[in-house]
Design a protein around this ligand. Structure first.
Ligand code: MLT
Length: 236
């Protein structure tokens, strides 16, 4: 039986051997939720990069550029990191280069894996189904906040374990704790997260709707995966 592990922060990745495994990279608020939404609204492919300058350089290649730091859209880029900015035909058929505070870093630091999948509550069931088909050992890599643990990514990890616990074994307590947290939260994830640091950070920035939107389960059948230098949607 394949196993599933949870890594609470990219800073802990050196403790995990990703070779031959499937990684699910997650940043619920908001990077991976936004990427899933972009593909659901027709984005062609997405280039997640670490640095602002790297992202800016893509504008010369007909790409839309998106950048966020500390929850705020960075100056001089076409888009920020709110899923709502990727709707209404804004990204249909377009390539997007994106850099965010944590999410794009979690994806790029997972490249050693056999398969890197972008996960969010919005595409939870689609990700779970793909993992069963792959039958590889899994590591859920939580983006966290600047190396710190965060609650929302951990709840997603718990939701995935909750879905897969009949098909995947788990040993480490990080996985067990995320499962228990999700089971405690699942009847009202929004209220469970109300006091969490990033929800308060976004609220202080006047960003309210994004939180509710990103906590919806199974809104899209989208499956972003890493291929060479970009993300593509395996379901398109
Ligand atoms: C991140 O990558 O840290 C987040 O997505 C930040 C945000 O946009 O809320």
């Amino acid at each position: 039986m394949a196993s599933i592990d949870v890594c609470y922060s990219p800073e802990l990745l050196h403790l995990y051997d990703l070779k031959g495994k499937a990684v699910v990279a997650v940043d619920i608020l908001r990077a991976t939720s936004t990427m899933v939404t972009a593909f659901a609204h027709g984005a062609k492919d997405i280039f997640p990069v670490m640095e602002l300058e790297e992202c800016r350089a893509f504008s010369g290649e007909g790409c839309l550029t998106a950048a966020e730091r500390n929850g705020i859209k960075a100056e001089g880029f076409d888009l920020g990191n709110s899923p709502f900015s990727y709707m209404n035909g804004a990204v249909n058929g377009r390539s997007i280069a994106i850099t965010t505070t944590n999410g794009t870093r979690a994806i790029r630091l997972s490249e050693a894996a056999e398969e890197v999948i972008v996960g969010a509550f919005l595409n939870l069931k689609t990700v779970a189904k793909h993992l069963k088909e792959l039958a590889l050992d899994v590591v859920v890599v939580c983006a966290g906040w600047k190396g710190q643990f965060n609650l929302e990514d951990t709840l997603f990890a718990g939701a995935l374990v909750d879905y897969l616990q009949k098909d995947f074994a788990f040993e480490n307590d990080a996985t067990l704790a995320s499962l228990h947290l999700y089971q405690a939260a699942k009847t009202d994830v929004f209220n469970f997260l109300r006091q969490s640091s990033h929800v308060r950070r976004l609220e202080n920035l006047g960003i309210h709707e994004d939180v509710q939107f990103c906590l919806q389960h199974n809104l899209y059948e989208v499956l972003p995966v890493w291929r060479q230098d970009r993300l593509i949607d395996l379901k398109s």
